[in-house]
Design a protein around this ligand. Sequence first.
Ligand code: G6P
Length: 362
Amino acid sequence: SDIEKGTYPYYMLKEIDEQPAVMRRLVQEYRQADGEIHIDSALVSELAASDRVYIVACGTSSHAGWAAKRFFEELTQIPVEIHLSSEFGYNLPLISKKPFFIYLSQSGETADSRQVLVKTNELDYPALTITNVAGSTLSREADHTLLLYAGPEIAVASTKAYTAQIAVMALLATAVGRTKGLAKATNFPVFQELGIVASAMESIISEKSHFSDLTAEYLTATRNAFYIGRGNDYYVSMEAALKLKEISYIQAEGFAAGELKHGTIALIEEGTPVIGIITDEVTGSHTRGNLKEVESRGAKTLVIASEALAKVGDQILLPQVHPYLTSLLAVLPTQLLAYYATLQRGYDVDKPRNLAKSVTVE
Ligand code: G6P
């Protein structure tokens, strides 16, 4: 069953492996017989009429919000803000005239997020919860719910919920953009592209020993590490660093590649691992420049790059997917690096110290 580990040593590895199947399941669940996207039209039109989307979430779910920001804005032409629940609750920014709130929560039970939902409900702002758990508190209390269909996520470190959240955001943005008659959304074959992502994920997952070797070479013995990237690759870097630190206890930071030189580069020493994520044609060469800068200060660099942008010596190659969806793919190697680093350092992958799967206190 879904909650059995089977032959897997840890739930996290099982859940990493399930991601292609989750992508395909989402296509199945959200594709109507006529090929259109199966999302409640009341939700889609309410969103289409809004002038700003506020994504509210914690932890990995907030990183999924970041990963969705750019394609959501392009496909819907609605500006998107991402807020941490614990900050937003006490620091309400100036809200636009026709806001729409999206709560991203794997569990649907996170207290910090619920607190904001209670507040926005009081203010009569429309809200959608995107969650893995039907009937969860955030699902019951929001006007609308979309499900992740990822199956139970048991490992504390979230993997398949992150990619499922991004995929559901892509489906939602496409539906909204099409309702608004926007060509970018009409011309974006979202189901087909998610299918391509699923196959690409499979090819990454099938090379586990490559990741375990790279981890041994770059991460297992280090005290700290950096992920860098620009744009979507920066947003994935934040999630990659969180994954690494929360289970392997390596102090990791995800950084906007160009910002490194404005302070953080002082931390680079002989042998410090710096992992660059490169999936964007325009920013990729700049990130490569930043990798050169840290190399000349002793860093050990590792590159995760889309095949089309790859250079000789890049250690991890990502099959080509639609530019909107690169985060879905780029995050996979970083999940595997975190997994193997934890294993090789001798810690419990599924039950990191001090952490809970679902945090129901403020
Ligand atoms: C906890 C978990 C994280 C998760 C966060 C938000 O801190 O350990 O993995 O990202 O809560 O959880 P949610 O269920 O709201 O997505």
